[in-house]
Design a protein around this ligand. Structure first.
Ligand code: F6P
Length: 325
């Protein structure tokens, strides 16, 4: 018999498409196993401020297709303090919540780990971030939707680039991670992809532009926002100085990458992981993130999940080199 009788669910950090599908899965799985479920608004901030409410199957009706998060989200400074976490624990106690599912990224899991060590509340995490920068899952919730949003946007940019014979430098999200840039860049047939994980040699970029295909009317360079070359405007400045004859434009895609209806891939991933998180808590697991690796649900301790991926898939990198000719 499990000791977990009442699960709280929250979303924290940057929102990502599929978070609602994950909340739905957690709520419905908890009810399926006869466990009470409470929604916590605004992540850890709402836990501290007592924004907790009981959820039933209807609270999550008609949300699987919606982007954002019905529980709202926040990055809580107060939860970084001992007093903040104590208050959060007291609120959980007052509502009878004895375990948590926390949906978010590295900040969410770092906070959860400290909370577990202080108050021994079991927490299972779900990887909710568009950045795909967590270890222990092939894909994070929202990543597939985000890269498809980028691909749709850049396909449109390619039309106008082609019509005007222009070079476009497109900036995508990824403060510390180039995985959105890498996959979407392959998907749009980018001429070049600049990512924070690899040292950007601006001269190599110049060489590619100079000695690349001359007959190609449009050129697309994808830059991850965290690349050390300094973002799309900085790269554009350098390119314009070196190639004044190029008709160069910049497009920063920004937060449209975080919104929108989740793809089917993200909905299925969220549904699978939401159920797995509830089952894990009932089995007595804690301090781990649920992920899907090679098609199977796996659990990774928070401290390992938040180690940023430093090694990119070399096969994907090679693709860029071969295909951008
Ligand atoms: O969700 C992750 C992320 O998209 C990063 O790639 C980006 O740098 C960051 O969020 C921006 O978040 P915000 O605008 O909420 O500070």
């Amino acid at each position: 018999m499990s000791t977990v009788k009442h699960i709280g669910v929250l979303t924290s950090g940057g929102d990502s498409p599929g978070m609602n599908a994950a909340i739905r899965a957690v709520v419905r799985a908890a009810l399926y196993y006869d466990v009470k479920v409470t929604g916590i608004m605004r992540g850890y901030e709402g836990m501290i401020n007592g924004e907790l409410f009981e959820m039933d199957r209807k609270s999550v009706a008609n949300i699987i297709q919606r982007g954002g998060t019905i529980l709202k989200t926040a990055r809580s400074e107060a939860f970084k303090t001992t007093e903040g976490r104590k208050k959060a624990y007291e609120n959980l106690k007052a509502h009878g919540v004895d375990a948590l599912v926390a949906i978010g990224g590295d900040g969410t899991f770092t906070g959860a780990n400290i909370f577990i060590s202080e108050f021994d509340v079991p927490v299972i995490g779900l990887p909710g971030t568009i950045d795909n920068d967590l270890v222990g899952t092939d894909f994070t919730i929202g990543y597939d939707t985000a890269i498809n949003t980028v691909v749709q946007a850049v396909d449109k940019i390619r039309d106008t680039a082609e019509s005007h014979d222009r070079l476009f430098i497109v900036e995508v999200m990824g403060r510390d991670s180039g995985l959105i840039a890498l996959r979407s860049g392959i998907g749009v047939g980018a001429e070049c992809i600049l990512i924070p994980e690899l040292k950007t040699d601006i001269n190599e970029l110049f060489n590619r532009l100079e000695y690349g295909r001359k007959d190609k009317a449009s050129k697309i360079i994808i830059v991850a926002e965290g690349d050390e070359a300094g973002g799309a405007f900085e790269v554009a400045k350098n390119v314009k100085e070196r190639f004044p004859n190029y008709d160069t434009r910049v497009s920063v895609l920004g937060h449209i990458q975080r919104g929108g209806s989740p793809t089917c891939m993200d909905r299925v991933l969220s549904s699978r992981l939401g159920v797995a998180a509830v089952e894990a808590l009932l089995e007595g697991r804690k301090g781990e993130m649920a992920g899907v690796v090679n098609g199977h649900v796996e659990f990774t301790p928070f401290k390992n999940a938040i180690k940023h991926i430093s090694e990119l898939n070399p096969g994907l990198l090679k693709l860029v080199e071969i295909l951008s000719l």
